[in-house]
Design a protein around this ligand. Structure first.
Ligand code: NAD
Length: 473
C-alpha cells in the first residue's frame, strides 16, 4: 500500500486533498446542525459502538491476529475489554459530565452566579497507531463523541486488517454524517493535516508528532500528542522477586511482545542483585512461554519487516553483542523475535539511544539504587516509570524526583486501566491526556459563563471616577 501511495501523481495527490477538504466541510455542516450536541445522539452512538464491539468480537480478534499474531486472550483484555469499559463508563457518566459545573463568584460581580459549561469543539481528527490498533483508535473516538463532536479517525496503515475492519464496522454501526474513517498512509494523513480541525489527537512517535504539531500550528489547532519514550523500571533487592518478575514480563512480553508505549524499556538494579534478577526472569519466562518462546502461541510477532530489521540491528550492534544473557533468536519469515535480555549495555549503544519498542530488555546496574534517579533523569521524560520495592522512603523519593507521564509502584502498565487517572505524557513523551472523564474534557471547551441580573447595579465602577467612589472600593 505504501508503494502505491508514493507512486501517486501530482493530480491524484490533489484529489486526496480535495477529498479531505470536502470531508471536513461535510462534517462541519453536520456539526453546525447541532445534532451531535444532543445528549440522545451521543448516547445512541456510544451504544452503537458498544454493540459493535460485542457483536463483532470475533472479527476484531481475527484482525488483530492477522496484523500482529496477537494472542486472543491478550487481545480480549487489552483491546476489546478496555474499549468496552471506556464506552460503558461514558454511557454511565455522560449526563453528569455534561452538567455545567457551578463555581463561586466574587464580590465585584455580586449578585451573580457562574458556571463552567463543557461545549464540543467541533470537527476533530484522531490519528492512531498500530500496536493496539483497535483500542487506541476507538478510545479517543469515544471521548470525541461523548463530548459532542464530529470526528474523523485515521487508523494506522501498518495494521491494515484492523484499519479496514474499523472503516467497515464504524460505517455499519455509527452515524456516518458525523463519524468517518479515512484509511491510508502518509499522503492521506498529510492531506488531512492540511485541513482546519478544532482538535487533533495523535498517537505515535515524536518524529511524526512534530509534523502533526507544525501542521496544527498553521490553523492554531490545539493538539493532544500521545507519544512514547524509554520507560524505566527500577528493581530493589527487597522485593517479592517472583511477583516482581511476573509483572515485569507481563508488561514487557505479554503486551504485544514489547511493542507497547508503556512497556518497560530497560531495568535498573544493583550490581549485586542483577544475577538473581536475571535468573528469576529466565525462570518465569519459561513458565509463561515454554522452553522455546519462538514456538509459543502466547506471544505477538513483530509488526513488519521494517521493525524486525530495526530491532535486529539493536541486538547486532557490536557494542552489545557480548551482553546478551538470554534470547537473541529470530525468524525473519515469521517476523518473530524471542524475549531477549542484555546486561550492562554501554550508555552510548544504539539500544540505549532510541525507544526499543520490541522484545529486547537491557538491564543497567548501579552501586546504589538511588543512583538510578540520575540515570533516568539524564534522559527525556518517559511516558511511564516503574519501581519495585518495599522501601517506603524510596517510593516517596521516586514519586518526588522522577518526572514521567504516569508511574506504577510494584507493577507495570496497570495505571492505564484506572479510569480516574489521566493517561498521557510529559515533555517528549507527549502533551495532554485522556481516559475516563479526561477523554471527555480532552474534546471539550470549558466555557466560562457568568450570569448577572439587572438588580444591585453599583456606580462605583463607572466614570466619572471620584475620590468618594475609590473609598467604597
Ligand atoms: P508513527 O508516528 O510512525 O505513525 C503513527 C501515525 O502517523 C500513523 O497513522 C501514520 O499513518 C501517520 N504518519 C506516518 N508518517 C507520517 C507523515 N510523514 N506525515 C503524517 N502522518 C504520518 O508511529 P508508530 O510507529 O505507529 O508508533 C510508534 C510510537 O508510538 C512509539 O514511540 C510508541 O511509544 C508510540 N505510542 C504511544 C502511545 C501512547 O498512548 N502514548 C501508544 C502507542 C504507541
Amino acid at each position: 500500500a505504501l508503494g502505491a501511495l508514493f507512486a501517486l501523481s501530482p493530480l491524484s495527490v490533489m484529489a486526496v486533498e480535495e477529498r479531505a477538504s470536502a470531508l471536513v466541510k461535510e462534517l462541519r455542516e453536520c456539526f453546525n446542525t447541532g445534532k451531535t450536541k444532543n445528549y440522545e445522539w451521543r448516547v445512541s452512538q456510544l451504544e452503537n459502538i458498544l454493540k459493535m464491539v460485542e457483536q463483532r468480537e470475533k472479527d476484531i480478534l481475527s484482525a488483530l491476529h492477522k496484523d500482529l499474531s496477537k494472542p486472543q486472550q491478550e487481545a480480549f483484555i487489552s483491546e476489546v475489554s478496555l474499549t468496552k469499559g471506556s464506552c460503558t463508563l461514558a454511557l454511565k457518566e455522560l449526563k453528569h459530565w455534561m452538567m455545567p459545573q457551578k463555581v463561586k463568584t466574587s464580590m465585584t460581580t455580586f449578585p451573580s452566579s457562574a458556571e463552567i459549561v463543557s461545549e464540543p469543539l467541533g470537527v476533530v481528527l484522531v490519528i492512531s497507531t498500530w500496536n493496539y490498533p483497535f483500542m487506541l483508535s476507538l478510545d479517543p473516538v469515544i471521548g470525541a463523541i461523548a463530548a459532542g463532536n464530529t470526528v474523523v479517525l485515521k487508523p494506522s496503515e501498518i495494521a491494515p486488517a484492523t484499519s479496514s475492519m474499523l472503516a467497515k464496522l464504524l460505517e455499519e454501526y455509527t452515524d456516518n454524517s458525523a463519524i468517518r474513517v479515512v484509511e491510508g498512509a502518509v499522503a492521506e494523513t498529510s492531506a488531512l493535516l492540511e485541513q482546519k480541525w478544532d482538535k487533533i489527537f495523535y498517537t505515535g512517535s515524536g518524529r511524526i508528532g512534530r509534523i502533526v504539531m507544525s501542521a496544527a500550528a498553521k490553523h492554531l489547532t490545539p493538539v493532544i500528542l500521545e507519544l512514547g519514550g524509554k520507560c524505566p523500571a527500577v528493581v530493589d533487592i527487597d522485593v517479592d522477586l517472583q511477583v516482581a518478575v511476573r509483572r515485569i514480563i507481563a508488561g514487557k512480553w505479554a503486551c504485544c511482545n514489547g511493542q507497547a508505549c508503556i512497556a518497560p524499556d530497560y531495568l535498573i538494579t544493583t550490581k549485586a542483585f542483577a544475577a538473581k534478577l536475571i535468573d528469576a526472569l529466565i525462570l518465569e519466562l519459561k513458565v509463561f512461554f515454554g522452553d522455546d518462546p519462538m514456538e509459543s502461541k502466547d506471544i505477538s510477532r513483530i509488526v513488519n519487516l521494517y521493525h524486525f530489521t530495526r530491532l535486529s540491528k539493536l541486538i547486532d550492534d557490536y557494542k552489545v553483542s557480548d551482553k546478551i544473557v538470554l534470547g537473541g533468536q529470530r525468524n525473519e519469515n515469521q517476523l518473530k523475535i524471542a524475549p531477549t535480555i542484555l546486561l550492562d549495555v554501554p550508555e552510548d549503544s544504539l539500544i540505549m539511544e532510541e525507544e526499543i519498542f520490541g522484545p529486547i530488555l537491557p538491564i543497567l546496574t548501579v552501586e546504589n539504587l538511588e543512583d538510578s534517579f540520575a540515570v533516568i533523569n539524564s534522559r527525556s521524560k518517559p511516558l511511564a516509570a516503574y519501581l519495585f520495592t518495599n522501601n517506603e522512603e524510596l517510593k516517596k523519593d521516586f514519586v518526588k524526583n522522577i518526572s514521567s507521564g504516569g508511574m506504577v509502584i510494584n507493577d507495570t502498565i496497570l495505571h492505564v486501566t484506572v479510569s480516574g487517572l489521566p493517561f498521557g505524557g510529559v515533555g517528549e513523551s507527549g502533551m495532554g491526556s485522556y481516559h475516563g472523564k479526561f477523554s471527555f474534557d480532552a474534546f471539550s471547551h470549558k466555557k466560562a459563563v457568568l450570569y448577572r441580573s439587572f438588580e444591585g447595579d453599583s456606580s462605583t465602577r463607572y466614570p466619572p471616577y471620584t475620590p468618594g467612589k475609590l473609598k467604597l472600593l
